[in-house]
Design a protein around this ligand. Structure first.
Ligand SMILES: [Zn+2]
Length: 478
């Protein structure tokens, strides 16, 4: 018995950790922006090795990750908090952390009631500017055809769609502490900081894996499996899609490789999606500022949202994909716009969903203006106005700036997505569209790779527009 115990202890101590050198991230950046890598030496660094099995009943991740976290706050930290999003009711998965170690010493984490917040207590407090590396082993299960909320975390018809499948660092805010919000009634669930991801995935050789960032190695193993390595620098999340059915078409726009991955019936949709995405990337690059990454992936999945945004990767619902109607174009424009508003300029999506959603909707109108001429954006704004007004026939008005939980039922859609973009339209009408676009460019350049709050946005716009925006922000945002 003693030997058995000894062996278990030994196995826990020598838990494998990804043996990767962490260099080569410039492969995932456009050459003009490779220097951005050096501006964030203290961003969290994830090194991950994953075995991914796509079975008949479930998909299973068996993962190891080593995470280096630097305390950039002015507080001394006694714990590090990870988020286990798959355990949310709205995800419907199961993420089990099997082992946690710091410098070879095992630690027993504690959890909140939802199992989506994991506390790792530190034996030695982490002083400001100090770094710590935490090793974790975990298993994540995605049950076949268990679709919850938007089906954002799902395994359906052989297509695996898995954002946030790994233990993900939460955000520490000086004064507020670790972010531990743990409900998702609707909207987006994640709040995270720009990080570096170095990820090796081993799976069956016929499985096509698509992730945030760029694939930098693809090796067939002697046992018939395949190991693929991805690098995703300066991204606030790492998302993974997989299926043996994906086909791909590609093109470039402004030097960015746009890969469109579709299911066998989605050929015509893929052509349309690629065309829309090229116009969207060109428009937002020109209006807001540069998309700095070498790639953008667009993936057809079985989500029942129209589309969902992740850093460097968006998914589009298969029904929209195959409908080829105007909704497909709206979804592609909106989700591509999120690369600027959410992915690059980050925000707490649960507390301030308007910051990225209303801007993505505003950007969608600008896309139409670019694609179809000056009156086309007016038509989009008219539709937002009409939808908001129709809502007001039956419900009372709300400011756009509340947390997701402030909006019962369809209020979220009508207030944040329909009224929200009209706030930016009002700023454009008041100060001139060119001035607002210049302000958005200033805001983008100041906060890309960072997290912005509503106060940051207001201060940035006020500096750019040379105006006091208190009255307008109070009236619209609340
Ligand atoms: Zn959105």
């Amino acid at each position: 018995m003693r030997y058995v115990v000894f062996l278990i202890v030994l196995l826990m101590v020598i838990m494998p950790v990804a043996a990767q050198d962490g260099t080569g991230y410039e492969a995932a950046m456009l050459p003009d922006y490779a220097a951005d890598l050096d501006a964030f030496p203290h961003a969290p660094r994830y090194s991950m090795t994953i075995n991914l099995d796509l079975g008949a009943d479930q998909a299973t991740f068996s993962g190891f990750q080593s995470v280096t976290y630097t305390n950039e706050s002015s507080d001394t930290l006694n714990e590090i908090v990870f988020r286990l999003y798959p355990n949310y009711e709205s995800y419907g998965g199961v993420l089990t952390v099997n082992r946690v170690q710091i410098a070879g010493s095992p630690i027993t984490p504690t959890y909140d009631a939802t199992n989506s917040v994991m506390h790792v207590a530190l034996a030695e407090p982490l002083a400001p500017n100090a770094s710590i590396t935490i090793d974790l082993a975990y298993t994540t299960i995605v049950v076949n055809d268990r679709v919850r909320l938007y089906g954002q975390f799902s395994y359906s018809n052989g297509v695996l769609a898995t954002p946030n499948f790994f233990p993900q660092l939460s955000v520490y805010e000086t004064g507020a502490g670790w972010w531990e919000y743990a409900v998702q009634p609707q909207g987006d669930a994640v709040y995270s900081e720009t990080s570096f991801f170095d990820v090796q995935v081993t799976t069956a050789s016929d499985v096509i894996v698509i992730t945030s960032g760029s694939r930098v190695a693809d090796t067939l193993n002697a046992d018939g499996s395949r190991t693929v390595r991805y690098l995703a620098p300066l991204m606030r999340d790492f998302s993974l899609m997989a299926s043996s059915a994906f086909e791909t078409i590609s093109d470039t726009q402004d030097g960015i490789q746009i890969d469109v991955h579709y299911l066998p019936s989605g050929t015509r949709g893929a052509d349309a999606v690629l065309a829309y995405a090229k116009v969207a990337v060109q428009t937002f690059n020109e209006l807001f500022g540069p998309y700095p990454f070498a790639e953008l992936d667009i993936v057809e999945t079985y989500t029942n949202a129209g589309g969902i945004e992740y850093p460097g990767l968006i998914v589009v619902q298969d029904d929209a994909w195959n409908s080829l109607d105007t909704f497909l174009e709206v979804v592609v424009a909106h989700e591509v716009a999120h690369q600027w508003w959410y992915s690059l300029v980050g925000n707490d999506q649960t507390a301030y969903p308007w910051m990225d959603e209303a801007l993505a909707q505003y950007a969608t109108a600008l896309y139409y203006g670019k694609a179809y001429g000056p009156t086309a954006d007016d038509a989009v704004f008219d539709s937002y106005q009409g939808n908001w007004q129709r809502y007001l026939n039956d419900f009372s008005d709300l400011p756009i700036g509340g947390p997701v939980t402030d909006y019962p039922d369809n209020a979220y859609y009508y207030i944040v997505y329909q009224k929200g973009p009209l706030f930016f339209k009002t700023l454009a009408d008041t100060y001139g569209e060119a001035a607002l676009l210049s302000a958005l460019n200033d805001y983008f350049m100041a906060y890309r790779y960072e997290v912005a709050t509503p106060a940051d946005m207001q201060a940035s716009f006020e500096a750019s527009l040379g105006a006091d925006l208190d009255v307008l922000f109070t009236e619209w945002v609340g």
